[in-house]
Design a binder for this molecule. Structure first.
Ligand code: B12
Length: 254
């Protein structure tokens, strides 16, 4: 029903006015319950690097493991960012600020965890040529280091030539690749072919948002890695003597 108040303004009754949803409201439901993890995830969402580091310090002081914090708080914050970006609630500048805060947080956790004195083996990690998405790669590198591996991190947008030259120089036990774009993941096939041409038959574990098992199965050295935690698992399996075929059997789901 409609009535007119004393200033002559129309007032609508019996209709619940919907409050428009802010990005903060949308994010609120997605955060972890644990208060320490929540503060860090919120700081990632807001792209506040100092708050991320303060939150990590507080969580570590309370006894939390720095490497577990990558998954339990930093990743959760980034998942919120990814979800709201995909829904069009937040935009690219927000994502860039969160990504920087995330990378800063990963570096802090890595430094806090320290590295093991005697590496179990060497792994080369990289992001595909043409691709700047390096958050997943940095998590892979952090988890490998945390599990006692020496990591040669080639960074992002790495030319195929550079990957091949590095593998020849470093002779790692395994190579990893990350690609977030359907256009860049094809660089992995090229890396595969160039390694085989050079007579190098080395497990090449590939992951990242754009990549799936069917794609990775199209080149001989490829083993699909769904989660960053699969990287140290696969390195351990190589140390345990598993062949390329056995690695595919272990890490591929169909
Ligand atoms: C953050 C982000 C950015 C940041 C990147 C910052 C950075 N330093 O990484 C910025 C803002 C710079 C950016 C730029 C661009 N982006 Co962007 N971005 C994203 C976003 C929102 C999140 C990606 C992310 O970091 N996810 C979190 C990480 C942790 O996930 P992940 O890397 O996949 O890693 C996980 C697993 O896959 C696994 N993993 C990863 N690698 C490996 C390797 C191994 C061996 C193993 C075992 C596991 C593993 O481990 C991780 C966790 O377990 C996605 C949206 C989405 N839905 O993914 C778009 C997205 C990837 N971007 C996209 C695009 C198009 C772009 C731009 C072209 C610009 C634009 N218009 O948005 C540019 C690209 C420029 C270039 N040449 O690369 C598209 C790609 C589309 C496609 N399929 O090709 C997406 C999907 C957005 C979309 N829906 O359109 N982006």
């Amino acid at each position: 029903m409609l009535i007119v108040d004393k200033e002559g303004i129309l007032i609508r009754y019996n209709v619940k006015m919907e409050k428009s949803m802010t990005p903060e409201d949308a994010a609120a439901e997605l955060y972890p319950k644990d208060e320490l993890n929540r503060a860090i995830a919120e700081a990632i969402f807001e792209g506040e690097e100092d708050d991320v580091i303060d939150g990590l310090k507080a969580a570590i002081a309370a006894g939390k493991d720095p490497i577990s914090l990558i998954d339990d708080s930093l990743m959760v914050g980034m998942k919120v960012v990814t979800e709201l970006y995909d829904q069009g609630v937040i935009f690219l500048p927000n994502v860039m600020m969160s990504a920087d805060a995330m990378l800063e947080g990963i570096e802090f956790c890595k430094a806090e965890a320290g590295s093991s004195p005697k590496p179990k083996g060497k792994v080369v990690v990289h992001v595909a040529e043409g691709d700047v998405h390096d958050i997943g790669k940095s998590i892979v590198a952090a988890l490998l280091r945390a599990n006692g591996y020496e990591v040669v991190d080639l960074g992002r947008d790495v030319p195929v030539d550079e990957v091949i030259a590095c593998v020849k120089k470093e002779s790692p036990m395994m190579l990893t690749g990350t690609a977030l774009m359907t256009t860049t993941m094809f660089a992995f096939k090229e890396v595969n072919d160039r390694l085989l041409e050079a007579g190098i038959r080395m497990p090449f574990q590939c992951g990242g948002g754009a990549v799936n098992q069917d794609f990775v199965s199209t080149y001989e050295l490829g083993v699909y890695g769904e989660e960053a935690a699969d990287a140290p698992k696969m390195a351990d399996a190589i140390l345990a003597g598993k062949s390329l075929a056995e690695l595919k059997a272990t890490f591929h789901k169909h």
